[in-house]
Design a binder for this molecule. Structure first.
Ligand code: NIG
Length: 385
């Protein structure tokens, strides 16, 4: 069954040969894009949807979320807004609530957040473990995530659980915990930050995950300067996420590397950190992605549109750069930007992920910040909004 979405006033494709197409149409067939071009030349299809001049773009690719959790951290947020600093130790509060929740509660919570994201145009979403922090609960949260998110990352090395010895905990993460989660995950991650895992321990974790065939990601340079970015580049991580505090040599290391700098503006705002230096990274030639980092502690939003608007209004990114970073950039950070079924792009053979805005151009994402502009969403060819 083929659907032609026609009458698109402005179509952002992210495909270099196509660019932005005006008066455009896209044909979705099964879960793939079958055709992209001018409305007047669109082939005949089974179903015809005229979007009457609205703008369309690939669905958001949210490459960084922590959505397998239970509990609430409103009080911690309120304390922070009254001047308390963000501390990684808050993660332990969510660990306690997550361990106490049933599988059904965790799955329902994850489903609810994914649905919330999809309703706002997110069509491809990564999520992580990291609120289990023992073998049983890391494996359980990985299994639950595997059924409900597009990609799953093992983040046993999120925090050393209270009372545990750090060396023994790293042994556990690299041994029994990795064995237990490996069937459910594609990626391995580590929080390399003072108060979490230092460079040597983070590197050990990354080596163990790479040995197991997992792709690598790193949480780095979130709360202060540190070794995370350079470690990620050295170990060939697909992405280093946060990048809030960067030295010139961190930026230099990213430039020319295959490691994407994934910026999390909602997290920077919610933790009252400075905003990540997007302009510096882009001007130097680094690849930048934007993601929500939705989690109950440091960034409780599923809104990629909010991240795009913040990136434009406060981080010096152009609308085009921000939209690319939240679609194709996220896809590159997940290594899903090439080949059949690629996401974050609209070209023949890409996944049929289309986001139509109730606006004439993507500029409205920043021009009308906070306004819910999602008008229609197709995810893998299925109309979900
Ligand atoms: O990406 N940096 C570490 N992990 C999360 C925070 C999780 C939390 O506070 O619960 C983050 O910000």
């Amino acid at each position: 069954m083929a659907v032609v979405v026609t009458g698109i006033g402005e179509l952002t494709t992210n495909e270099p040969g196509l660019g932005t197409v005006t008066d455009a149409a896209v044909v979705l067939e099964g879960d793939r894009v079958a055709w992209v071009g001018r409305s007047a030349e669109a082939p005949v299809a089974d179903e015809w949807v005229d979007v009457e001049g609205r703008a369309a773009l690939p669905g958001w690719v949210d490459s960084h979320t922590h959505l397998v959790f239970a509990g609430d951290r409103t009080a911690e947020f309120e304390a922070r807004m009254s001047g308390q600093p963000y501390r990684a130790g808050g993660i332990a509060t969510t660990v306690e609530a997550t361990r106490a929740a049933s599988d059904a509660q965790l799955a329902a919570n994850l489903r609810r957040h994914v649905a919330e994201a999809v309703a706002q145009g997110t069509t491809y979403l990564e999520t992580k473990t990291g609120y289990g922090l023992d073998v049983e609960h890391e494996a359980r949260t990985a299994r639950i995530a595997a059924g409900l998110a597009d990609e799953v990352t093992f983040l046993g090395a999120h925090l050393v659980p209270p009372g545990a010895d750090i060396e023994s905990y790293v042994d556990l993460v690299c041994g029994d915990m990795l064995d237990a989660v490996a069937p459910y995950v594609q990626w391995g991650d580590v929080f390399c930050e003072s108060g979490a895992f230092d460079e040597a321990r983070a590197e050990r974790v990354l080596l163990a995950m790479a040995d197991r065939g997992l792709g690598l990601r790193v949480h780095g340079n979130q709360l202060g300067p540190g070794p995370g970015v350079q470690l990620a580049v050295r170990r060939g991580a697909a992405s280093v996420d946060h990048c809030t505090h960067l030295t010139d040599s961190d930026v230099d290391a990213l430039v020319g590397s295959a490691t994407v700098a994934t910026l999390l503006p909602a997290c920077d705002l919610s933790t009252r950190q400075p905003l990540a230096p997007a302009r510096r990274l882009l001007d130097a030639g680094a690849t930048v992605a934007l993601a929500s980092n939705c989690n109950p502690g440091s960034s409780y939003t599923t809104s990629m549109a909010f991240c795009v608007a913040t990136a434009v209004l406060q981080m010096g990114m152009s609308v085009g750069e921000a939209v690319w970073a939240a679609t194709a950039g996220g896809a590159r950070a997940l290594r899903r930007d090439i080949g059949e079924g690629a996401v974050g792009v609209l070209r023949v053979g890409a996944r049929a992920d289309l986001h139509v805005l109730d606006a004439p151009s993507v500029t409205h994402l920043a021009y009308r910040p906070g306004v819910p502009l999602t008008w229609a969403v197709w995810r893998a060819g299925e109309r979900v909004r």
